[in-house]
Design a protein around this ligand. Structure first.
Ligand code: SF4
Length: 101
């Protein structure tokens, strides 16, 4: 009985150590601009832009996959706000993004 408890304690400690190290090694820094741009989009999640939702388009813009804000329901002032935000807010790599409205 004591051996089983000791064995479970050692296995648990090893698993915790492995998970802790993996969390540090595989940590991906999130780009906060994705959430900010998602908040600037209409939030209809209609898919008209070709992405499954507004957050998908926001992620594509922030990752530099698109050169224009391709949201059809988006008004001109909303698009201009997104363009200005991406042009003036650097990401984790220190770079800004240039897109058209
Ligand atoms: S077209 Fe605009 S409102 Fe519709 S999902 Fe894309 S970003 Fe959202």
């Amino acid at each position: 009985m004591l051996n089983a408890i000791l064995m479970m304690t050692v296995v648990s400690a090893l698993m915790g150590l492995i998970l802790g190290v993996a969390g540090k090694v595989f940590y991906v820094q999130a780009d906060e601009r994705t959430e900010a741009v998602t908040g600037m989009l209409p939030g209809y999640n209609c898919g008209g832009c070709g992405y499954p939702g507004c957050s998908g388009l926001a992620a594509a813009l922030v990752e530099g996959e698109l050169s224009t804000v391709s949201c059809k329901p988006c008004k001109a002032d909303q698009k201009a706000k997104i363009v200005e935000y991406l042009a003036t807010t650097p990401g984790p790599d220190g770079k800004t993004i240039t897109v058209k409205a």
